[in-house]
Design a protein. Structure first.
Ligand code: ZN
Length: 78
C-alpha cells in the first residue's frame, strides 16, 4: 500500500489546541481507507473506512495519553 502525506496548519486538535500537523491517507485495493491526523501537540485521530461501508474512528488526546473516543459509525448495520 502506498500512503499519501499532507501537512496542515492551524487545525483544532481533540484537546482543544489549534496546532499544525500532518494527514496520512492510505488505501488498499479492497476498498479499505485509512485516514490519520497527527497533531503537533501529540493528539491523534484516525478513521478507517471498510469496504462494506462501515467506519471506525478513534481519537487520542495528548494530555490524557489514551483513547477518548472509539466509535463504529452509524453506517454499521444501519
Ligand atoms: Zn493535543
Amino acid at each position: 500500500m502506498v500512503g499519501m502525506r499532507t501537512n496542515f496548519t492551524s487545525e483544532q486538535a481533540p484537546c482543544g489546541r489549534t496546532v499544525d500537523g500532518e494527514h496520512y491517507r492510505e488505501e488498499d485495493d479492497q476498498g479499505l481507507i485509512i485516514y490519520v491526523q497527527h497533531y503537533a501537540c501529540g493528539c491523534r485521530q484516525s478513521r478507517h473506512e471498510y469496504h462494506d461501508g462501515s467506519i471506525h474512528t478513534q481519537v487520542v488526546r495528548h494530555d490524557k495519553k489514551k483513547v477518548v473516543s472509539d466509535d463504529f459509525g452509524p453506517e454499521h448495520g444501519a
